[in-house]
Design a protein around this ligand. Structure first.
Ligand code: ZN
Length: 419
Protein backbone atom coordinates (compact mmCIF):
# COMPACT_ATOMS: atom_id res chain seq x y z
CA UNK A 1 0.00 0.00 0.00
CA UNK A 2 1.16 3.54 -0.58
CA UNK A 3 0.18 6.82 1.03
CA UNK A 4 -3.12 8.47 0.18
CA UNK A 5 -3.12 12.20 -0.70
CA UNK A 6 -4.41 13.09 2.77
CA UNK A 7 -1.75 10.94 4.42
CA UNK A 8 0.91 12.67 2.30
CA UNK A 9 -0.58 16.02 3.30
CA UNK A 10 -0.35 15.17 7.02
CA UNK A 11 3.23 13.89 6.64
CA UNK A 12 4.31 17.05 4.80
CA UNK A 13 2.89 19.25 7.56
CA UNK A 14 4.80 17.28 10.21
CA UNK A 15 7.99 17.54 8.17
CA UNK A 16 7.67 21.33 8.23
CA UNK A 17 7.27 21.33 12.05
CA UNK A 18 10.63 19.76 12.87
CA UNK A 19 12.10 22.81 14.65
CA UNK A 20 8.80 23.61 16.33
CA UNK A 21 8.71 20.10 17.82
CA UNK A 22 12.30 20.41 19.06
CA UNK A 23 11.46 23.78 20.68
CA UNK A 24 8.34 22.42 22.34
CA UNK A 25 10.27 19.41 23.61
CA UNK A 26 12.99 21.67 25.05
CA UNK A 27 10.35 23.75 26.85
CA UNK A 28 8.64 20.69 28.34
CA UNK A 29 11.86 18.91 29.32
CA UNK A 30 12.85 22.04 31.29
CA UNK A 31 9.77 21.62 33.51
CA UNK A 32 10.70 19.29 36.39
CA UNK A 33 7.98 16.64 36.73
CA UNK A 34 9.93 13.88 38.45
CA UNK A 35 9.38 12.37 41.91
CA UNK A 36 6.04 13.99 42.58
CA UNK A 37 7.29 17.55 42.03
CA UNK A 38 3.92 19.25 42.40
CA UNK A 39 4.59 22.73 40.91
CA UNK A 40 6.22 21.21 37.82
CA UNK A 41 3.45 18.65 37.37
CA UNK A 42 0.82 21.41 37.61
CA UNK A 43 2.66 23.53 35.05
CA UNK A 44 3.16 20.69 32.58
CA UNK A 45 -0.44 19.60 32.98
CA UNK A 46 -1.74 23.12 32.29
CA UNK A 47 0.38 23.38 29.13
CA UNK A 48 -0.91 20.04 27.87
CA UNK A 49 -4.51 21.00 28.61
CA UNK A 50 -4.14 24.26 26.69
CA UNK A 51 -2.53 22.47 23.77
CA UNK A 52 -5.30 19.86 23.65
CA UNK A 53 -8.04 22.51 23.85
CA UNK A 54 -6.38 24.32 20.93
CA UNK A 55 -6.86 21.08 18.97
CA UNK A 56 -10.60 21.37 19.59
CA UNK A 57 -10.85 19.04 22.57
CA UNK A 58 -12.87 19.54 25.74
CA UNK A 59 -10.78 18.79 28.83
CA UNK A 60 -11.75 17.61 32.29
CA UNK A 61 -10.05 16.24 35.39
CA UNK A 62 -10.31 12.73 36.79
CA UNK A 63 -9.25 12.62 40.43
CA UNK A 64 -6.34 10.41 41.50
CA UNK A 65 -6.72 7.91 44.32
CA UNK A 66 -4.39 7.84 47.29
CA UNK A 67 -1.33 5.67 46.82
CA UNK A 68 -1.37 2.80 49.36
CA UNK A 69 1.08 3.93 52.05
CA UNK A 70 2.51 0.45 52.70
CA UNK A 71 3.85 0.15 49.12
CA UNK A 72 6.88 2.32 49.80
CA UNK A 73 9.52 1.83 52.49
CA UNK A 74 9.66 4.80 54.88
CA UNK A 75 12.85 6.18 53.35
CA UNK A 76 11.53 6.18 49.75
CA UNK A 77 10.92 9.44 47.92
CA UNK A 78 13.01 11.46 50.34
CA UNK A 79 10.88 10.41 53.30
CA UNK A 80 7.59 11.66 51.85
CA UNK A 81 4.83 9.13 51.24
CA UNK A 82 5.69 9.47 47.59
CA UNK A 83 3.71 9.43 44.42
CA UNK A 84 0.94 11.72 43.43
CA UNK A 85 -2.69 11.81 44.33
CA UNK A 86 -5.18 12.93 46.90
CA UNK A 87 -4.09 12.09 50.38
CA UNK A 88 -0.49 11.43 49.47
CA UNK A 89 2.36 13.80 50.10
CA UNK A 90 4.27 15.06 47.12
CA UNK A 91 7.73 16.51 47.34
CA UNK A 92 6.38 20.03 46.97
CA UNK A 93 4.49 22.19 49.43
CA UNK A 94 0.81 23.08 49.43
CA UNK A 95 -1.68 21.46 47.08
CA UNK A 96 -0.47 17.93 46.45
CA UNK A 97 -3.38 16.77 44.33
CA UNK A 98 -2.54 16.29 40.67
CA UNK A 99 -5.47 14.97 38.70
CA UNK A 100 -5.46 12.84 35.59
CA UNK A 101 -6.08 15.03 32.53
CA UNK A 102 -8.69 13.83 30.03
CA UNK A 103 -9.31 15.58 26.69
CA UNK A 104 -12.13 14.56 24.35
CA UNK A 105 -12.43 15.44 20.69
CA UNK A 106 -15.63 14.54 18.84
CA UNK A 107 -15.78 13.37 15.24
CA UNK A 108 -17.48 10.56 13.32
CA UNK A 109 -16.00 7.05 13.40
CA UNK A 110 -14.59 4.78 16.10
CA UNK A 111 -13.32 6.57 19.20
CA UNK A 112 -9.57 6.19 19.66
CA UNK A 113 -7.88 6.40 23.04
CA UNK A 114 -4.45 8.06 23.25
CA UNK A 115 -2.53 7.75 26.48
CA UNK A 116 0.58 9.25 27.96
CA UNK A 117 2.19 10.33 31.21
CA UNK A 118 3.76 13.66 32.08
CA UNK A 119 5.82 12.59 35.07
CA UNK A 120 9.43 11.44 34.77
CA UNK A 121 11.76 9.53 37.08
CA UNK A 122 14.28 12.36 37.30
CA UNK A 123 15.36 14.34 40.36
CA UNK A 124 13.73 17.79 40.07
CA UNK A 125 16.67 19.29 41.97
CA UNK A 126 19.44 17.36 40.20
CA UNK A 127 21.88 18.58 37.57
CA UNK A 128 20.01 16.89 34.69
CA UNK A 129 17.42 19.60 34.00
CA UNK A 130 17.41 20.68 30.35
CA UNK A 131 17.43 19.43 26.78
CA UNK A 132 21.00 19.59 25.48
CA UNK A 133 22.02 18.85 21.90
CA UNK A 134 24.88 16.36 22.16
CA UNK A 135 25.55 16.06 18.43
CA UNK A 136 24.87 13.20 16.06
CA UNK A 137 21.22 14.20 15.85
CA UNK A 138 20.69 13.43 19.55
CA UNK A 139 19.69 15.51 22.53
CA UNK A 140 19.79 14.52 26.19
CA UNK A 141 17.28 15.65 28.79
CA UNK A 142 15.10 14.36 31.65
CA UNK A 143 12.05 12.73 30.11
CA UNK A 144 13.19 13.65 26.59
CA UNK A 145 12.28 10.15 25.42
CA UNK A 146 10.17 8.90 28.35
CA UNK A 147 7.89 10.41 27.45
CA UNK A 148 7.78 14.13 26.81
CA UNK A 149 9.06 13.43 23.29
CA UNK A 150 6.18 10.99 22.86
CA UNK A 151 3.68 13.65 23.93
CA UNK A 152 5.17 16.18 21.49
CA UNK A 153 4.87 13.82 18.53
CA UNK A 154 1.38 12.63 19.49
CA UNK A 155 0.11 16.22 19.57
CA UNK A 156 1.84 17.01 16.26
CA UNK A 157 0.21 13.95 14.70
CA UNK A 158 -3.26 14.98 15.94
CA UNK A 159 -2.71 18.49 14.63
CA UNK A 160 -1.53 17.26 11.23
CA UNK A 161 -4.49 14.96 10.68
CA UNK A 162 -6.89 17.70 11.77
CA UNK A 163 -5.27 20.10 9.30
CA UNK A 164 -5.40 17.41 6.62
CA UNK A 165 -9.17 17.36 7.17
CA UNK A 166 -9.64 13.86 8.61
CA UNK A 167 -9.71 14.18 12.41
CA UNK A 168 -10.81 11.01 14.22
CA UNK A 169 -12.88 10.90 17.38
CA UNK A 170 -10.25 10.75 20.11
CA UNK A 171 -9.74 10.89 23.83
CA UNK A 172 -6.31 11.72 25.27
CA UNK A 173 -5.71 10.60 28.85
CA UNK A 174 -2.59 11.86 30.64
CA UNK A 175 -1.42 10.50 33.99
CA UNK A 176 0.87 12.17 36.57
CA UNK A 177 2.18 9.04 38.30
CA UNK A 178 3.00 6.41 35.67
CA UNK A 179 6.63 6.13 36.71
CA UNK A 180 5.62 5.14 40.24
CA UNK A 181 3.10 2.56 39.03
CA UNK A 182 -0.04 4.65 38.30
CA UNK A 183 -1.51 3.62 41.65
CA UNK A 184 -3.21 7.02 41.81
CA UNK A 185 -4.55 7.02 38.27
CA UNK A 186 -5.39 3.33 37.66
CA UNK A 187 -9.03 3.82 38.62
CA UNK A 188 -9.30 6.85 36.34
CA UNK A 189 -7.83 4.85 33.43
CA UNK A 190 -10.38 2.11 34.04
CA UNK A 191 -13.20 4.70 34.08
CA UNK A 192 -12.07 6.42 30.89
CA UNK A 193 -11.23 3.37 28.74
CA UNK A 194 -14.70 1.86 28.04
CA UNK A 195 -16.26 3.00 24.76
CA UNK A 196 -12.94 3.21 22.92
CA UNK A 197 -12.16 1.04 19.91
CA UNK A 198 -8.38 0.93 20.38
CA UNK A 199 -5.62 2.42 22.53
CA UNK A 200 -2.30 4.03 21.61
CA UNK A 201 0.42 4.76 24.18
CA UNK A 202 3.47 6.92 23.50
CA UNK A 203 6.18 5.14 25.44
CA UNK A 204 9.52 5.26 23.59
CA UNK A 205 10.07 2.78 20.76
CA UNK A 206 11.60 -0.54 21.78
CA UNK A 207 15.09 -1.68 20.76
CA UNK A 208 15.57 -1.47 17.00
CA UNK A 209 12.43 0.71 16.70
CA UNK A 210 10.34 -2.26 17.77
CA UNK A 211 6.69 -2.21 18.74
CA UNK A 212 6.09 -4.01 22.03
CA UNK A 213 3.03 -6.20 21.54
CA UNK A 214 3.11 -8.22 24.76
CA UNK A 215 3.89 -7.19 28.34
CA UNK A 216 4.04 -8.97 31.66
CA UNK A 217 1.87 -7.70 34.49
CA UNK A 218 3.24 -6.40 37.78
CA UNK A 219 2.26 -6.28 41.42
CA UNK A 220 3.73 -5.09 44.71
CA UNK A 221 3.80 -6.82 48.07
CA UNK A 222 5.07 -6.26 51.59
CA UNK A 223 5.88 -8.96 54.15
CA UNK A 224 6.03 -7.98 57.80
CA UNK A 225 7.39 -10.30 60.49
CA UNK A 226 6.79 -9.72 64.20
CA UNK A 227 8.99 -11.39 66.81
CA UNK A 228 9.87 -10.68 70.45
CA UNK A 229 12.51 -8.20 71.52
CA UNK A 230 15.14 -9.20 74.08
CA UNK A 231 18.59 -8.07 75.20
CA UNK A 232 21.05 -9.93 72.99
CA UNK A 233 23.36 -10.75 75.92
CA UNK A 234 21.17 -11.12 79.01
CA UNK A 235 17.96 -12.57 77.56
CA UNK A 236 18.77 -13.93 74.14
CA UNK A 237 16.78 -17.14 74.63
CA UNK A 238 13.60 -15.17 75.40
CA UNK A 239 13.79 -13.31 72.12
CA UNK A 240 12.28 -14.28 68.76
CA UNK A 241 14.08 -12.73 65.85
CA UNK A 242 11.76 -11.15 63.30
CA UNK A 243 14.76 -10.80 60.97
CA UNK A 244 15.35 -14.57 60.92
CA UNK A 245 11.67 -15.26 60.29
CA UNK A 246 11.59 -12.69 57.53
CA UNK A 247 14.69 -14.16 55.88
CA UNK A 248 13.02 -17.58 55.75
CA UNK A 249 10.00 -15.99 54.05
CA UNK A 250 12.18 -14.14 51.57
CA UNK A 251 13.72 -17.41 50.44
CA UNK A 252 10.26 -18.98 50.28
CA UNK A 253 8.98 -16.09 48.15
CA UNK A 254 11.88 -16.27 45.74
CA UNK A 255 11.30 -19.98 45.20
CA UNK A 256 8.06 -19.00 43.41
CA UNK A 257 10.16 -17.33 40.72
CA UNK A 258 10.47 -19.12 37.39
CA UNK A 259 11.26 -16.55 34.74
CA UNK A 260 11.08 -19.13 31.94
CA UNK A 261 7.56 -20.02 33.08
CA UNK A 262 6.48 -16.37 33.21
CA UNK A 263 6.72 -15.82 36.99
CA UNK A 264 9.17 -13.44 38.66
CA UNK A 265 9.39 -12.52 42.35
CA UNK A 266 11.96 -9.91 43.30
CA UNK A 267 12.44 -9.06 46.97
CA UNK A 268 14.03 -5.88 48.27
CA UNK A 269 14.41 -3.52 50.00
CA UNK A 270 14.50 -5.00 53.50
CA UNK A 271 14.29 -3.44 56.94
CA UNK A 272 14.72 -5.14 60.27
CA UNK A 273 15.81 -4.33 63.80
CA UNK A 274 17.17 -1.05 65.07
CA UNK A 275 20.32 -1.89 67.06
CA UNK A 276 22.71 -4.84 67.07
CA UNK A 277 22.45 -5.70 70.76
CA UNK A 278 18.74 -6.49 70.80
CA UNK A 279 16.86 -9.35 69.19
CA UNK A 280 14.79 -7.61 66.49
CA UNK A 281 11.03 -7.76 66.98
CA UNK A 282 10.05 -6.28 63.64
CA UNK A 283 11.28 -6.80 60.09
CA UNK A 284 9.79 -5.95 56.73
CA UNK A 285 10.50 -6.70 53.10
CA UNK A 286 9.04 -5.05 50.02
CA UNK A 287 8.88 -6.88 46.73
CA UNK A 288 7.70 -6.89 43.17
CA UNK A 289 6.07 -9.71 41.20
CA UNK A 290 5.83 -10.04 37.43
CA UNK A 291 3.62 -12.48 35.56
CA UNK A 292 2.91 -13.39 31.94
CA UNK A 293 -0.84 -13.87 32.27
CA UNK A 294 -3.77 -14.10 34.68
CA UNK A 295 -3.03 -17.75 35.57
CA UNK A 296 0.58 -16.93 36.54
CA UNK A 297 -0.74 -13.94 38.49
CA UNK A 298 -3.01 -16.24 40.50
CA UNK A 299 -0.11 -18.64 41.16
CA UNK A 300 2.07 -15.82 42.49
CA UNK A 301 -0.73 -14.39 44.60
CA UNK A 302 -1.19 -17.80 46.23
CA UNK A 303 2.57 -18.05 46.83
CA UNK A 304 2.69 -14.59 48.43
CA UNK A 305 -0.39 -15.27 50.58
CA UNK A 306 1.25 -18.49 51.80
CA UNK A 307 4.01 -16.42 53.43
CA UNK A 308 1.58 -15.32 56.14
CA UNK A 309 1.44 -17.29 59.40
CA UNK A 310 0.47 -17.06 63.06
CA UNK A 311 -2.58 -15.74 64.91
CA UNK A 312 -2.89 -12.06 65.77
CA UNK A 313 -1.18 -12.35 69.18
CA UNK A 314 1.12 -15.24 68.25
CA UNK A 315 4.92 -14.82 68.12
CA UNK A 316 6.37 -15.05 65.59
CA UNK A 317 3.72 -14.01 63.09
CA UNK A 318 3.95 -12.89 59.49
CA UNK A 319 1.52 -10.64 57.68
CA UNK A 320 1.35 -9.96 53.95
CA UNK A 321 -0.10 -7.17 51.84
CA UNK A 322 -0.21 -7.21 48.08
CA UNK A 323 -1.70 -5.32 45.15
CA UNK A 324 -1.62 -5.84 41.41
CA UNK A 325 -1.35 -2.43 39.78
CA UNK A 326 -0.68 -3.66 36.25
CA UNK A 327 -2.53 -6.68 34.86
CA UNK A 328 -0.64 -8.68 32.20
CA UNK A 329 -1.01 -7.42 28.64
CA UNK A 330 -1.02 -10.49 26.41
CA UNK A 331 -1.12 -10.57 22.63
CA UNK A 332 -4.71 -11.01 21.45
CA UNK A 333 -6.15 -11.24 17.92
CA UNK A 334 -7.30 -7.59 18.19
CA UNK A 335 -3.83 -6.46 19.33
CA UNK A 336 -2.34 -8.44 16.46
CA UNK A 337 -4.57 -6.62 13.96
CA UNK A 338 -3.66 -3.24 15.45
CA UNK A 339 0.05 -4.09 15.40
CA UNK A 340 -0.21 -5.21 11.77
CA UNK A 341 -1.86 -1.89 10.90
CA UNK A 342 1.05 -0.04 12.54
CA UNK A 343 3.62 -2.22 10.79
CA UNK A 344 2.04 -1.57 7.40
CA UNK A 345 2.02 2.19 8.09
CA UNK A 346 5.67 2.10 9.12
CA UNK A 347 6.66 0.11 6.04
CA UNK A 348 4.78 2.59 3.85
CA UNK A 349 7.02 5.25 5.40
CA UNK A 350 10.05 3.15 4.48
CA UNK A 351 10.87 1.75 7.92
CA UNK A 352 10.46 -1.79 9.22
CA UNK A 353 8.55 -2.23 12.48
CA UNK A 354 9.68 -5.39 14.31
CA UNK A 355 7.51 -6.72 17.14
CA UNK A 356 8.86 -7.36 20.64
CA UNK A 357 7.75 -8.47 24.11
CA UNK A 358 8.70 -6.90 27.43
CA UNK A 359 8.74 -7.61 31.15
CA UNK A 360 8.25 -3.88 31.67
CA UNK A 361 4.84 -2.36 32.32
CA UNK A 362 3.01 0.84 31.40
CA UNK A 363 -0.45 2.39 31.39
CA UNK A 364 -1.15 0.26 28.30
CA UNK A 365 -1.44 -2.74 30.66
CA UNK A 366 -4.28 -1.06 32.54
CA UNK A 367 -6.04 0.16 29.39
CA UNK A 368 -5.99 -3.24 27.71
CA UNK A 369 -7.27 -4.84 30.92
CA UNK A 370 -10.24 -2.46 30.61
CA UNK A 371 -11.23 -4.23 27.41
CA UNK A 372 -9.64 -2.53 24.38
CA UNK A 373 -6.68 -3.58 22.22
CA UNK A 374 -3.65 -1.38 22.90
CA UNK A 375 -0.26 -0.82 21.27
CA UNK A 376 2.12 1.12 23.41
CA UNK A 377 5.58 2.00 22.11
CA UNK A 378 4.53 4.55 19.51
CA UNK A 379 6.66 7.34 21.00
CA UNK A 380 10.07 8.59 20.02
CA UNK A 381 13.31 6.82 19.28
CA UNK A 382 15.65 7.20 22.26
CA UNK A 383 17.65 5.40 24.91
CA UNK A 384 19.23 5.29 28.37
CA UNK A 385 15.76 5.74 29.85
CA UNK A 386 15.61 6.60 33.57
CA UNK A 387 19.31 7.58 33.51
CA UNK A 388 20.91 11.01 33.57
CA UNK A 389 22.04 10.52 29.98
CA UNK A 390 18.57 9.75 28.61
CA UNK A 391 18.54 10.76 24.96
CA UNK A 392 16.11 11.33 22.13
CA UNK A 393 16.72 11.10 18.39
CA UNK A 394 15.83 14.60 17.17
CA UNK A 395 15.52 13.58 13.51
CA UNK A 396 13.16 10.85 14.61
CA UNK A 397 10.62 13.36 15.94
CA UNK A 398 9.44 13.81 12.35
CA UNK A 399 9.26 10.21 11.21
CA UNK A 400 7.78 8.94 14.48
CA UNK A 401 5.08 11.67 14.40
CA UNK A 402 4.35 10.68 10.81
CA UNK A 403 3.99 7.07 11.89
CA UNK A 404 1.53 8.07 14.64
CA UNK A 405 -0.45 10.20 12.17
CA UNK A 406 -0.74 7.32 9.70
CA UNK A 407 -1.66 4.83 12.41
CA UNK A 408 -4.44 7.09 13.72
CA UNK A 409 -5.76 7.91 10.22
CA UNK A 410 -5.89 4.24 9.27
CA UNK A 411 -7.35 3.17 12.61
CA UNK A 412 -10.13 5.70 12.01
CA UNK A 413 -10.95 3.87 8.76
CA UNK A 414 -10.39 0.28 9.76
CA UNK A 415 -10.84 -0.34 13.48
CA UNK A 416 -14.27 -1.60 14.44
CA UNK A 417 -16.09 0.73 16.84
CA UNK A 418 -16.31 -0.37 20.45
CA UNK A 419 -19.40 -2.59 20.96
ZN1 ZN B 1 7.23 6.10 30.25
Amino acid sequence: MSLTPKERDACARIESWRQRMVDELAAWVAIPTGRGHVPGLHRQRALLAARLRALGAVTHDEPCEARPAWIDPPWAHGGAAGGVGHGSAGVGEGDTSIDVLVAKHDAPGPRLLLSGHFDTVHDPHGAFRALVDVGGGRAQGPGAADMKGGLVIALAALEAIRDAGVPPAWTFVLTPDEETGSFGSAAALARVAPGHAAGFVFEPAGDGDSLVVERMGAGQFMVEATGRAAHAGRDYAKGVSAVRVLCERVLQAERASDAAAGRIVNVGPLQGGAVTNAVPDRARAWGNMRFADDARQAELERAIDALASGDDDEVPRVRVRRVVGRPAKPMTPAVERLAALAREASEDLGRPLPFARSGGVCDGNNLQAAGLPVIDTLGVRGGNLHRTDEWVDLEGLVDRAQLVALVLMRARERVAPSP
